[in-house]
Ligand binder design. Sequence first.
Ligand code: AMP
Length: 147
Amino acid sequence: MSSPPQSPRMPTIFEQIVDGEIPGRIVHETETTLAFLDANPLARGHTLVIPKEPYEHLDDMPAGVAGDVFGVVHELTPTIEDAVDADATTIGMNNGEAAGQEVPHAHVHIVPRFEGDGGGPIHAISPSRPDLSDDELDEIEAAISEA
Ligand code: AMP
């Protein structure tokens, strides 16, 4: 875990929304979080939930702040589904550049989904699947569970 980046540095575009320096379609706010509509939505109602402090990645956030962010995701998801009459939602984070994160300020995407919208499941992010032996799976299990 690390602290939020300190000045001097360029504020992230999301900090500028938090600070009211650029406009955002804000749908929910708490002391530690902000939720607003994505400016380039993948679907009607596509919403981003962020910590107000500019933590870059999920594991940079203190556990309490991560809990606040995911608590808002839990609270807002049914509200968003109702608001746009969605059939389901895909919820996810691009957590790090290699995962496609473009804005270096942690955010959770809530993407409403509609029957027949032509989109894929989260499994579609990988063009292939690793062929793992039982030994390799055991190693991975141990590396995670023993850490
Ligand atoms: P990611 O690739 O996970 O970093 O996604 C960044 C998201 O931020 C994209 O879906 C963008 O459309 C969205 N975005 C970028 N700038 C803004 C903005 N000013 N207001 C709202 N959403 C934005």
